[in-house]
Design a protein around this ligand. Structure first.
Ligand code: GRF
Length: 208
């Protein structure tokens, strides 16, 4: 018997590499988290593709960020829908049309309904600029400053019906400095957001 090790054929080796997860990113703002996720993918740190960016605000800077990475964009302007459920159904239709199966809310400033959550069980994620369960809802950075907390941060979590309430996947802490303004604190929180969002997506994918 020879001890020679024979590598499996290429096709067998390839089949051991998990297929990239396919993301749809929902964004309302400037899109720095989209860029962080896209560059993590480009570096090979996250095994995923961004199939589409859905945005609701025609002025959103995320459109330029998506164009930079060659990602298609779809505008779903919430003002043109009769209800939150109707907007969520249009999101579902778009996510499916672009063959994505994870919904990544990256600064999506709309409340979602069971319609969206139930369409992608355990596959809708959000990032929030505080250490949840502290300071849920809008103006989380201002809330932390007003409370006089000395540490805040950011959280990636699964989305449930109650805003900013779902199971936590990953958090990063950020110290509040004595002379912080909402802008300076938010800027330091965003540095951490850009680290943890791609990592949290990878954790969620690995445990799904
Ligand atoms: C982030 O700070 C996120 O925590 C909040 O919205 C902001 C989006 O920023 N939900 P960007 O558009 O990704 O730059």
């Amino acid at each position: 018997m020879s001890d020679v090790l024979i590598s499996p054929p290429i096709s067998a080796r390839q089949s051991q590499v998990p297929a990239p997860i396919r993301l749809a990113v929902l964004a309302s703002g400037k899109g720095s988290n989209l860029a962080a996720i896209a560059s993590a993918i480009a570096r090979g740190d996250l095994n995923a593709t961004i199939q589409v960016v859905i945005y609701n605000n025609p002025e959103a800077g995320v459109v330029q960020k998506a164009a930079h990475y060659g990602i298609p964009t779809v505008l779903l302007n919430h003002r043109t829908f009769d209800s939150r459920e109707a907007l969520d159904q249009a999101i579902i239709d778009t996510v499916k049309a672009y063959q994505a199966d994870w919904v990544i809310m990256a600064g999506w400033m709309r409340r979602v309904t069971d319609v969206l959550i139930n369409a992608f069980p355990q596959r809708v994620l959000n990032i929030h600029p505080s250490l949840l369960p502290s300071f849920p809802g809008v103006r989380a950075v201002e809330q932390a400053l007003a409370a006089g907390t000395k540490i805040t941060g950011c959280t990636v979590h699964y989305v449930e019906l109650v805003v900013d309430s779902g199971p936590i996947i990953m958090q990063a802490a950020v110290p509040v400095l004595p002379d912080d303004t909402p802008a300076t604190l938010q800027a330091r929180i965003q540095v951490q957001e850009h680290q943890i969002y791609p990592a949290a997506i990878a954790i969620a994918a690995a445990t799904s």
